[in-house]
Design a protein around this ligand. Structure first.
Ligand code: UDP
Length: 324
């Protein structure tokens, strides 16, 4: 298939590019390289550009006749979205609107969207099914939820079909060691802790130990990036088979607290880095864990790396050698 992948030079996008490239798809990666890396594009043609560069993006649609779009490009840091909300509505909502308008104009009918567990806000028991109430507590979650709504409305009014994958906490790195997280000024827990274990940071902060969870720290569902990449491959195959539009949680269905993750990272890396317990971080819900029956049923997705130690080990291996 001829596929456009926005944000394909980024962390998750680059793992999906590799998975689809191996299957022989014809890929065009569109990325502004603000957080992505040229070296992370292992297959396909990289076009450097921003989604807000409208004529450039439209020229690409005109020239390439895409059959599907996978849309990863966007901003993803919850605390930053609290401090700079309009950046998030621009990058995640308005840019998605423009991309969808091109899909409509150029009759691209298959679309995979990177959504997020942040659309759920603060679920009462921390467990999210796709039908749980949607009530984001930060601009990041709102900016993604608005795009989900556009997708639903567009699909209802035309032959356009989509799968939106609501990512839980994506972590780890390519098991072949070729790709990993190289976000400048990373904020995600496992990444930051691996940097601390590699002495690239002096310490790790635990944000909040007074949450209503078993040990007071936040609980999240950590999913290996290569399993997530495989979910995208399956989602595309599902649409190719004529599958209906759908929204699916993407996690493993079990949560770990920040303290549990930190303990395991110290165990796996053998490094007793400094940890400072501090105040809560703005925009963090206490607990987010996925119910995953739907993705298993609809995509027949079979995770290979559902083991937090394996996730941590791959992230640490990447952090040690990080070539870019
Ligand atoms: N966290 C932390 N210290 C860090 C980074 C994250 O205690 O340096 C916590 C954060 O408060 C949240 C959890 O780890 O409870 C996961 O945060 P992350 O930024 O990895 O992902 P998010 O859930 O915000 O998308």
């Amino acid at each position: 298939m001829k596929i456009l992948i926005t944000g394909g030079a980024g962390y998750i996008g680059s793992h999906v590019v590799k998975a689809l490239g191996k299957l022989g798809h014809d890929l065009v990666i569109y990325d502004n390289l603000s957080t992505g890396h040229r070296q992370a594009v292992t297959y396909g043609e990289l076009v450097v550009g921003d989604l807000a560069e409208k004529s450039k993006l439209e020229a690409l649609f005109e020239a390439k006749k895409f059959e599907a779009v996978l849309h990863f490009a966007g901003s993803i840091v919850v605390p930053e979205s609290v401090a700079h909300p309009l950046k998030y509505y621009q990058n995640n909502t308005l840019n998605s609107h423009f991309l969808l308008s091109l899909c409509e104009k150029y009759k691209v009918k298959k679309f995979i969207f990177s959504s997020t567990a942040a659309v759920y806000g603060m679920p009462e028991d921390g467990l999210c099914t796709e039908n749980s109430p949607l009530s984001p507590i930060n601009p990041y979650g709102h900016s993604k939820l608005m795009t989900e709504q556009m997708l639903k409305d567009l699909a209802a009014s035309s032959e356009f079909r989509f799968v939106a994958l609501r990512y839980f906490n994506v972590s780890g790195a390519d098991p072949e060691g070729q790709l990993g997280q190289s976000f400048p000024e990373a904020t995600h827990l496992i990444k930051v802790a691996c940097e601390a274990a590699c002495a690239k940071r002096d310490h790790l902060k635990i944000y909040g130990t007074d949450y209503p969870t078993s040990d007071g720290s936040c609980v999240r569902d950590y999913i290996h990036v290569s399993d997530l990449a495989e979910a995208h491959v399956r989602a595309l195959e599902y649409l190719e088979r004529g599958g209906k539009s759908d929204i699916l949680n993407c996690g493993y269905g079990h949560g770990f607290s920040v303290k549990e993750v930190v303990k395991l990272i110290k165990e796996v890396t053998g490094v007793d880095f400094k940890v400072i317990e501090t105040d809560r971080r703005a925009g963090d819900p206490a607990s987010l864990t996925a119910k995953v029956d739907r993705i298993h049923g609809i995509l027949q997705w079979k995770p290979q790396f559902d083991d937090l130690k394996v996730i941590i080990r791959s992230a640490y291996e990447w952090e040690k050698k990080k070539p870019y």
